[in-house]
Design a protein around this ligand. Structure first.
Ligand SMILES: [Zn+2]
Length: 422
């Protein structure tokens, strides 16, 4: 039997595994059932000779006794020295949201599709990597090196209780792990080399409260924020539109710098929907926005922040009574693996064998856990490769294709043969 036949033979096992994973509702936030999914994976992988470690991210954001951030790292050593190939999947899923026609935690199988929250992002990818590893070990019990599979918490909320924590503990030290594949749903015929950076900040403009009938006695913070937004329109957005990246970001619109304004709040707080009274008349003394600036590998986070601060300082110098505060909320560095890195070339060659086509090379407009493996782990030989249609992630009636999982499991399995049969 060949490895690819063996993977085809595991179709029912793959379906059942994916359904089991979907049926453990690992909603994040708040971070539910991480212990349950880690225990499930431990039972499965320990039975196949994996040495399983459960690691709680004590003290990470969100970690508490009620919602502990549990991770699993399962290592299967070969019979000889060699490289370690690590598959990392996040176990958390985002909220269900509206618009479902199926049970989000039911794992319904309809024709070739398995439905459920997390089916595509990314329990299907996790299941495919497990099937690939198990088939490989059965086919080649005397392999060289090691296979490691991790299931990690909190990717959807930044990864600090998951991959970042493990990286800080040394799990992604290049001395112990040489190749990382993250089976995020980037489509089975694409290799994702990395992602853009992100910089999030809150900007507050200041004013002075007064009666709304005499605004000249106060100072309207919302009008000051209007000036900030105008400066963004006049200067920042045009400047960002001229900056293009060499990164193969998809969709194409994200191949430049972008910025979203996530929220704006000023003046009287919003009332409950059942409040029937009229608003009070006040000049707002504070207005706040949250900005979400996505930047390119050709930019620096310091430059991105300084550009916004310079606009605000210009307003302070020219606009009467303008005052502001800015507070950084989070920063993520861009990450981009070389196209000729070993894991990229190996997966590309495996894809040619299994699917008879060259991969498309892409980069993600958002980010995923590669940032922590790169920045904290100092491990550069990392890609995202996995089944699933990216556009389905986080949507109602999310699904994963069984054939897509099998095909990507074959690519992962052939990659293991290329890396660990020396
Ligand atoms: Zn994901």
């Amino acid at each position: 039997m060949t490895l690819l036949d063996r993977i085809d033979g595991k179709r029912d096992d793959l379906i059942a595994l994916t359904q089991d994973l979907i049926r453990i509702p690992t909603l994040n936030p708040p971070g539910e059932n991480y212990a349950a999914i880690c225990d499930y994976l431990k039972v499965r992988l320990a039975a196949r000779g994996f040495d399983c470690r459960l690691v709680r991210a004590h003290g990470a954001p969100g970690d508490s006794d009620r919602y502990p951030r549990w991770n699993i790292v399962a290592l299967r050593e070969g019979t000889r020295a060699g490289d370690c190939v690590h598959f990392n999947s996040h176990t958390d899923v985002v909220e269900v949201g509206h618009g479902w026609t199926r049970d989000p935690f039911g794992g319904d199988l309809v024709d070739d599709k398995i439905f459920g929250r997390g089916a595509c992002d990314m329990k299907g990818g996790l299941a495919a990597s497990i099937i690939a590893a198990e088939a490989f070990i059965e086919e080649h019990p005397d392999f060289a090196g090691a296979i490691e599979i991790s299931g990690t918490a909190d990717e959807e909320s930044g990864g600090y209780g998951g991959v970042a924590y493990l990286a800080e503990q040394g799990f992604f030290d290049p001395a112990r792990v040489q190749h990382v594949i993250i089976p995020e749903p980037l489509n089975k015929d694409r290799i994702c080399l990395g992602h853009r950076g992100g910089w999030w900040a809150e900007i507050e403009t200041k004013g002075e409260i007064a009666h709304g009938s005499m605004p000249f006695l106060g100072d309207c913070a919302v009008r000051h924020m209007g000036a900030v937004l105008q400066a963004f329109e006049d200067r920042l957005y045009p400047a960002m539109a001229t900056r293009h990246t060499e990164m193969p970001v998809v969709p194409e619109g994200a191949r430049q710098s972008t910025m979203n304004i996530n929220a704006i709040h000023g003046g009287q707080p919003e009332q409950d929907p059942d409040y029937t009274g009229l608003p009070a008349h006040c000049v707002p003394d504070s207005c706040r926005i949250t900005i979400d600036r996505r930047f390119l590998i050709e930019e620096t986070v310091e430059g991105v922040a300084a550009e916004v601060v310079a606009l605000l300082e210009d307003l302070k110098a020219t606009r009467p009574r303008f005052d502001y505060e800015i507070r950084e909320l989070n920063r993520v560095i861009p990450s981009m693996t070389d196209r000729d890195a070993p894991v990229v070339k190996t997966v590309a060659a495996a894809m040619r064998e299994v699917m008879g086509q060259d991969p498309a090379y892409v980069a993600s407009p958002g980010s995923y856990d590669q940032k922590h493996i790169d920045r904290i782990g100092k491990l550069k030989n990392c890609i995202a490769y996995g089944p699933g249609v990216l556009e389905l992630a986080h949507k109602p009636d999310e699904w994963i294709g069984v054939t897509d999982m099998l095909d990507s499991a074959k690519v992962m399995g052939r990659a293991l043969e290329r890396l660990l049969l020396l």
